[in-house]
Ligand binder design. Structure first.
Ligand SMILES: [Fe+2]
Length: 275
């Protein structure tokens, strides 16, 4: 955590998506930083490399990975890690992030963020993988909570304790996705305030936010909806309890006019500055 404490506060940022390409420049003063999907710039063709250079010259960037697969018992893919390290070296970010999950099993990429059982064994796997990443990339890595549609009967603890143990074993900060937390709290009928009581809130470095999406009886993280009041309430509470360094709107689809994106960034900035 010591290097993380030295990281500067970035403010309110936006997850960069290609449809935003011109709007981010037209609204430059509304965007404190951009989060880029790291994987999109690995083995970049000339156009993607140029895009990366342009973004890097004009914005503070935070690389967000999808596929480190920190929960894989088989360990970290060395080639993937090397590519991630090259990107971090190029961007020189304050921190970078990936998820507490696995995306690879038995050499196969399963194509989505799969949840881990909340066990001591899974904590040990994540800790060993994070140590390997930290040996290659000195920049602080922060870890994100995901949504899940099932909870494993083999779990030995609740999610808050699981995250707490991972933080204490790895020294990593947290990227708390408030939408994922809200979705899980609704789907599994737990109180998100009690969840916040159970995690080391001083370790929360960044948050993600976006609207949740109803699919039948469940909420899902479709990243396609406007941030609703219930999510803002979680965001507000997290701001009260932490010294956030960054918040990122993570909108992936059903893109509204950019004014609506700007309004959400403004709302987040007001909450961050007043709580
Ligand atoms: Fe997220």
């Amino acid at each position: 955590m010591s290097t993380l404490l030295q990281s500067k506060t970035l403010g309110v940022g936006l997850g960069f998506r290609e449809p935003f390409r011109s709007d981010i420049f037209l609204n430059r003063t509304e965007i404190d930083f951009l989060e880029i999907t790291a994987d999109h710039y690995f083995d970049a063709n000339e156009a993607k490399q140029k895009e990366l250079e342009l973004l890097n010259e004009n914005f503070e960037l935070i690389p967000h990975g999808l596929d480190l697969s920190l929960g894989s018992a088989e360990g970290i893919d060395e080639e993937y890690l090397e590519k991630f390290a090259e990107l971090v070296e190029f961007v020189q970010p304050e921190w970078f992030s990936d998820h507490i999950c696995f995306t690879r099993a038995g050499g196969t990429n399963i194509g989505h963020l799969a949840p881990l059982p909340f066990t001591r064994e899974a904590v040990a796997v994540v800790a060993a993988n994070v140590k390997k990443v930290q040996r290659v990339i000195e920049t602080p890595l922060i870890l994100e909570n995901i949504t899940y549609l099932v909870r494993f009967p083999s779990s030995e603890m609740d999610e808050a304790e699981f995250l707490t143990r991972i933080v204490s074993e790895t020294g990593c900060g947290l990227l708390l996705d408030v939408t994922n937390l809200y979705i899980n709290s609704q789907n599994f009928a737990f109180d998100w305030r009690r969840f916040l009581d159970g995690i080391p809130t001083e370790s929360v470095v960044q948050v993600h936010f976006v609207g949740s999406h109803r699919n039948g009886k469940r909420l899902i993280d479709a990243h396609s909806d406007k941030t609703e009041e219930e999510i803002w309430e979680v965001f507000r509470e997290v701001c009260k309890r932490t010294e956030l360094k960054g918040a990122v709107l993570e909108r992936d689809g059903n893109f509204p006019p950019f004014d609506e994106i700007v309004n959400e960034l403004r709302q987040a900035r007001t909450i961050m500055q007043t709580n």
